[in-house]
Design a protein around this ligand. Structure first.
Ligand SMILES: [Zn+2]
Length: 678
């Protein structure tokens, strides 16, 4: 009987993926791919059809097997799955580096680039070859045999360390909880949070309430819990996760892991002849020079700082007048900010929740997308998934052609990685028999799950998260590129990847769109005009402080990877302190170890690239300004966005695509205006 993990059907059968069968399935595919490569390289001459297409197919076969496994590892982790996943990582790294360091393969692709056929290739084919030649070099194809071995060894270590980072964080997050038996000490918490905390306690046969470090619980406690001392305890536990500080100090400490990760990245870059990891990483980005990024970020610091200082001063005075708080601490910021927001604008995130039942938000968002681009989204209920909360949808274009599928998994639960993200399950590709493999996406969030028989209710921040991640989904699903290495988000420079996702967030602030995505949980009434006006008035509340927070993360990440010195090692804390001195206007206690949970750069793809969010926001804000000029639901602009940006994958330079859409180069003005920083 065939190993079910090897199933290559259009959609994975999640229930058939058993940890015990994963490693053997992976080994089988890697073995077959290696054999196939030898066969291909035995040809006497090389062409698109006899080399590039089979290579894409090999890659596709591997991705189809591995992506559901990797997804389950993120959202349904078990000890067994973790062990198997970790055992598989070195096999994948070894396979990938062997492939990309294969000189014969490199020469074969070079031969195609030099062949007479090449000039007749279409832009997608040319770009595939161009990227491949670049990536061979970045994978060390030109290195000496000894250096190649070292390069592979470093990559394996890096992959183990980044996984270790994420595991430490997950374990530390779940290791801490606070058992509360006195209801008075929970005053201020919203009903939904209390109920969840009560259920969590009941699940462990405890009376009272359990507060955890799951993000929905943590963030609500920070915003609403009146008891200052408890707020401090939860804050301390959260910002010291996986570190040498706090209640679980040194049990899952990421300090050494981070230091090693930065060192290995530096060594990898050095081996390839780059002075540091930043220079290496910029080769595949839109930004070309480190100075360009630093100037961009520092310029935004300058433009935002006086706004932020003013906002902080206002917050201090408010806390003092309200509760005689003399020293505003880190665990007071969210609490008094939320109170100040309510005082100034008479609108709270919790009050807005009642208007945003998740299902209504989704239905409304699908209508918004339909009006903009003609796409139609239909739910299907006959599909195998990994959890009862998961849903499945089909996407059709205005001509009723199927474009792809996506799964949604919206709620926080144990053994699921924190945060919100889109991931690829299948990538669009024209197969050898000329049939089309449709793209499939995973849309994952960590919202509070529905309680009792009430619907799941979102804050307006959550609503923006849904639009953001759905923007990534559309980029992946609407692509018209038939080669998987350039379809969807593949081949798109990392600092342009957030362009479509941030772009769609703008509709969360439009009154007409809000009418479509809101319905009060009890009355069914859409967001009333009075609340809408308050929401808009509060839109740029503390915009300077929010901007500086993002710039602090971005500068820390960028400088950490730019300034690594083998004699001084990574200097994680030193660089973070320096950046905070330059940028931050808020108090940070000495025990704060935010960096120990900064998964974006230590366990995700944002290393030396966190600046991408702001970089891409220039594009997304400026692209949206065309809709402000022509109408927020203008179908021509909507169609143009789909055709020039979403359908193009990584075939063209993002700057060229932007100019095609906007008719000119991007300007920063719209970003500053939308952020209220002018
Ligand atoms: Zn994103």
């Amino acid at each position: 009987m065939e190993n079910p993990v090897l199933n290559q059907a259009a959609l994975p059968v999640f229930n058939a993926i058993l940890p015990a069968q994963i490693e053997s399935a992976l080994k089988q595919i890697l073995g077959q791919n290696r054999d196939r490569l030898s066969e291909l390289l035995a040809n006497s001459s090389y062409s698109w059809d006899n080399l590039m297409i089979p290579l894409e197919e090999m890659d596709n076969r591997l991705n189809k097997m591995w992506s559901p496994v990797s997804h389950l590892h993120s959202v349904m982790e078990s000890e067994e799955l973790r062990a198997v996943y970790n055992a598989c990582l070195p096999l994948l790294t070894e396979y990938q580096t062997d492939l990309m360091q294969n000189e014969k393969l490199y020469q074969a692709v070079q031969a195609i680039a030099a062949s007479a056929d090449y000039k007749n290739f279409n832009p997608t084919q040319k770009k595939t070859i161009e990227n491949d030649l670049r990536d061979f070099k970045l994978a060390g194809v030109n290195l000496s045999p000894d250096a190649k071995t070292r390069f592979t060894e470093l990559l394996k270590q890096l992959s183990t360390l980044t996984t270790q980072f994420a595991e430490n964080l997950l374990d530390a997050t779940h290791a801490w909880e606070l058992h509360v038996t006195d209801p008075d000490s929970l005053k201020g918490l919203p009903e939904q949070t209390l109920k969840l905390a009560e259920q969590t306690a009941q699940q462990q046969n405890k009376s009272g309430w359990l507060l955890t470090l799951d993000y929905p619980c943590y963030s609500t406690v920070m915003k609403y819990l009146e008891n200052r001392e408890l707020r401090e305890r939860v804050y301390e536990a959260y910002v010291t996760r996986a570190s040498d500080q706090g209640p679980t100090a040194s049990q899952w400490d990421n300090s050494q892991v981070m230091d090693d990760i930065v060192k290995i990245r530096h060594d990898l870059a050095n081996l390839l002849g780059f002075p540091n990891f930043v220079e290496y990483s910029l080769i595949t980005k839109m930004a070309k020079k480190p100075e360009q990024v630093l100037t961009f970020l520092n310029d935004l610091v300058t433009k935002s700082k006086s706004f932020a200082e003013h906002e902080m001063q206002e917050l201090r005075e408010f806390a003092k007048s309200l509760d005689q708080i003399e020293n505003l601490e880190a665990w007071d910021l969210a609490y008094y900010s939320e109170k100040l927001r309510v005082t100034k604008y008479a609108v709270s995130q919790e009050e807005l929740r009642a208007y945003f039942p998740l299902d209504k938000v989704l239905d409304g968002m699908f209508i918004v997308m339909n009006r903009l681009m003609g796409i139609k989204i239909k739910e299907r209920t006959d599909v195998d998934t990994w959890h009862s909360q998961v849903k499945f949808f089909e996407v059709y274009d205005r001509d009723d052609h199927l474009r792809g599928y996506f799964y949604t998994d919206f709620f926080a639960r144990p053994h699921k990685r924190d945060g919100a993200w889109m991931d690829e399950c299948r990538t669009r590709q024209r197969l050898a028999d000329n049939t089309l493999q449709y793209p499939v996406a995973f849309l994952t969030c960590n919202f509070t799950r529905p309680l009792d028989d009430k619907p799941a209710l979102l804050t307006h921040d959550d609503v923006q998260t849904v639009f953001h991640e759905f923007g990534h989904c559309l980029h992946h699903l609407l692509t018209q590129v038939d080669y998987s290495s350039l379809s969807g988000m593949n081949g798109v420079p990392w600092d342009a990847v957030e362009f479509p996702s941030q772009f769609f967030e703008h509709w969360c602030w439009n009154q007409e769109a809000l009418t479509l995505i809101s319905a009060h949980e009890k009355t069914g009434e859409s967001l009333p005009e009075t609340l809408y006006n308050k929401l808009i008035a509060a839109k740029n509340f503390q915009a300077g402080m929010h901007m500086l927070r993002q710039l602090e993360f971005a500068l820390f990440d960028f400088r950490l990877h730019l300034e690594f010195d083998p004699n001084k090692r990574a200097q994680v804390q030193t660089i973070l302190d320096e950046v905070r001195n330059q940028v931050s206007v808020v108090p940070t206690p000495a025990f704060n170890r935010f960096q120990h949970s900064f998964s974006h750069i230590f366990a995700g793809g944002y290393a030396a690239g966190y600046y991408s969010y702001k970089w891409a926001e220039v594009l997304s804000s400026d692209a949206f300004s065309r809709f402000e000029e022509q109408g927020v639901f203008d179908p021509i602009a909507g169609n143009d966005f789909m055709k020039t940006i979403l359908e193009q994958g990584g075939v063209y330079e993002p700057l060229d695509l932007f100019i095609r859409f906007r008719g000119r180069e991007p300007k920063i003005d719209a970003l500053l205006r939308h952020s209220g920083l002018i």
